[in-house]
Design a protein. Structure first.
Length: 136
């Protein structure tokens, strides 16, 4: 994760740590992504301490990121994850809005959430920040 925080694509304004009584219980990282030349947000990783899962920490992080990204005028948030979980936040398989995943095999697990600044001309292949392409 250090590579994400050190790259030019890291978005500190959308990357947070969740604490309860001084204990870190969750976190998320957002980095710059692109659909062709349109700047978007790539969300992930996001995590919650095992003993705090199902307590609302992950949902609070998700709602906070979505609201803040929308307020900042971002058009789209993209992530790779479980469609059953992320659909409750409004995420849809990327193909539904004309955005191709970086890896075709990701299929319905690559999801996007169009925000207020979204428009239908934003189509093409999504690309994450550089550190993601360096992962083997």
């Amino acid at each position: 994760m250090d590579a994400l925080r050190l790259c030019d694509g890291w978005i500190p304004a959308l990357s947070w740590v969740a604490e309860i009584d001084g204990l870190i219980v969750g976190h998320n990282v957002c980095t710059r992504g692109y659909v062709n030349d349109v700047s978007c947000v790539g969300l992930g990783p996001i995590g919650v301490a095992p003993d705090m899962q199902h307590s609302g920490v992950g949902s609070a992080l998700m709602h906070s990121v979505i609201g803040a990204a929308d307020a900042l005028g971002e058009p789209l948030i993209a992530l790779l994850g479980d469609p059953d979980y992320y659909s409750k936040f409004g995420f849809v398989p990327s193909a539904e809005v004309g955005v191709a995943p970086p890896e075709a095999a990701w299929g319905i697990h690559f999801q996007v959430l169009p925000l207020t600044a979204w428009n239908d001309s934003i189509v093409g292949s999504f690309q994450y920040s550089a550190p993601f392409s360096e992962v083997s």
